[in-house]
Design a binder for this molecule. Structure first.
Ligand code: NAD
Length: 492
């Protein structure tokens, strides 16, 4: 039976004012399994107004302790519903269940981490030249946050924003991707169950027009966006027109660098997980693998052999190791990049086509694909493919590895595999990126700040920096001198 969802505005469930819906399609079998409302501009305006009322009407005055209590309750509900939420997300975006299940645990952890901050958002008392003037820099919430998320990990991408925003005392309107909206609407039921006041959290669904109505509204105090660099530019332009702060978590073309002195077995496993985890549909995919010449052919052969053994199948089956491309446009786009790499002369060593073996024919499956002898100026090495396609580039020296790694428009993540601590530290300093791993890859934690440089965006999520992004500073001076003369004038 096709499930019918409603949007969540001001603590109420309702159909879109336009009555329009869009289908949720399972990328494994093309089944339309749910109908999602397409919010109208009135719905978006209502959601922003509801968030404003909730903010001014009490949420900003709640104690950190009360906010933390609600957030802990929410985290417990996520844990209790993790299997169900994971199944919904997998049905919607084709990511394997073992990964979506572990992402739910991660999301609960993020809410607990930021709940711990809710009653510890203190400012500073700052000594001035005037001893009888007290200066306090207070940290305050911003107000109404517009949160826009991508389809690859809706619940975790939302957690990175929402947990920090709520802990700091903001209200939020989220618009998930049109390609995977259901889990966010299911999540809203947990918000309701946890007892958050009406309007503190709202969900409007739909495509770009809904995102534009939300981000273009002067009623929004900050935009927090996760998505492509292309849309990121449009979001930044809207934020600029309204003079609102914005955080942009965008794409990447991350270099994963294996030196000859690395533990090669671990590096090969890290390289595989770095590109084929989440079917390569992750912003931090290690999609450019740089390998030092003495171990180059060995690494290429080892990766090609293992890529051929990756188990594809129903993403809902715990035995499946790699799922589908999340939707048809994405599927077509990835295959287009594979054809282009072949035409550009890269050496295909694994995959290279649609996977249509037993049980795969109806799904958007793509073989784990590896190209060797890639040049950094090929489209394969320059553009974010967001799929299971790896380009391997040889290098002869540390300097060359750094030059190739940094020669990209992006700057999200990077990996370095070496057993030489001095080299590792030189690489840490030389690589331009926001997230860097040494002898591991794709490791994430609620405590560690995450974000990019260059076309990968700006601002940080997670960690203390992620919290401060949802606050503003109000500096207060209190003159307690009782002096008839202005204490500042006296000093001049
Ligand atoms: P996208 O940019 O196409 O869409 C992202 C979101 O923006 C969706 O909700 C979409 O409906 C909305 N949107 C589209 N046009 C809009 C507009 N003009 N105004 C307002 N909203 C608009 O990205 P996608 O295809 O959903 O996701 C893949 C991209 O996301 C990749 O580039 C990936 O690297 C990036 N991503 C980044 C991170 C990170 O943390 N850095 C995490 C996950 C995904």
């Amino acid at each position: 039976m096709v499930k019918r969802y409603q949007i969540y505005v001001g603590g109420e469930w309702r159909d879109s004012a336009s009555g329009q819906t869009m289908p949720a399609v399972n990328p494994f079998n093309q089944e339309i399994w749910a109908q999602i409302p397409v919010a109208s501009t009135t719905d978006v305006a209502d959601a922003i107004a509801a968030a404003r009322r909730a903010f001014e009407g009490g949420w900003r005055q709640t104690s950190g302790l009360d906010r933390a209590r609600l957030m802990h309750r929410l985290a417990n509900l996520i844990d209790a519903n993790a299997d169900r939420l994971a199944l919904i997300e997998t049905t919607d975006n084709g990511k394997v269940i073992r990964e979506t299940r572990s992402q739910m645990g991660y999301a609960a952890r993020v809410y607990r981490f930021f709940a711990g901050y809710a009653d510890k958002i203190w400012g500073q008392v700052i000594p001035l030249d005037q001893p009888r003037v007290l200066d306090m820099a207070l940290r305050e919430p911003l107000g109404v946050i517009a949160a826009i998320t991508a389809w690859n990990s809706p619940i975790t991408l939302l957690a990175n924003k929402l947990a920090a925003a709520l802990a700091a005392g903001n209200c939020v309107v989220v618009k998930p991707s049109e390609h995977a909206s259901a889990s966010t609407l299911e999540f809203a039921k947990l918000i309701e169950q946890a007892g958050f006041p009406a309007g503190v959290f709202n969900v409007v669904t739909g495509a770009a027009e809904v995102g534009q109505a939300l981000c273009g509204s002067p009623g929004v105090d900050k935009i927090s966006f996760t998505g492509s660099a292309h849309v990121g530019r449009e979001i930044a332009a809207m934020a600029g027109r309204n003079l609102r702060p914005v955080t942009l978590e965008l794409g990447g073309k991350s270099p994963n660098i294996i030196f000859a002195d690395a533990d090669i077995e671990r590096a090969v496993v890290g390289a595989l997980a770095g590109i084929f985890g989440a079917t390569g549909q992750t912003c931090i995919a290690g999609s450019r693998l740089l390998v030092e010449r003495p171990v180059y052919e060995h690494v290429v052969a080892a990766l090609a052999e293992r890529a051929g053994k990756i188990v594809m199948g129903d993403p809902r089956d715990p035995a499946t190791e790699m799922g589908t491309a999340a939707n048809e446009p994405q599927f077509t786009r990835i295959l287009g990049f594979i054809d282009k790499a072949k035409a550009d002369g890269a050496r295909l060593v694994a995959g290279g086509a649609r996977a249509d073996g037993t049980g795969l024919a109806d799904g958007f499956f793509i073989q784990p694909t590896i190209f060797a002898d890639v040049h950094n100026d090929m489209a394969l090495a320059r553009e974010e493919i967001f799929g299971p396609v790896l380009g391997i580039i040889p290098f002869d020296s540390e300097e060359e590895a750094i030059a190739i790694a940094n020669d990209t428009a992006y700057g999200l993540a990077a990996g370095v595999w070496t057993q030489d601590i001095n080299r590792a530290m030189r690489m840490v300093h030389a690589l331009r990126c926001g997230v860097l791993w040494v002898n591991t890859y794709r490791a994430l934690a609620a405590q560690g700040p995450f974000g990019g440089v260059k076309d990968s965006g700006f601002g940080r999520e997670r960690g203390e920096q992620g919290l401060l992004e949802f606050t503003t500073t109000k500096n207060v001076m209190i003159d307690f001198s009782g002096d008839t003369r202005d204490p500042f004038a006296m000093k001049l």
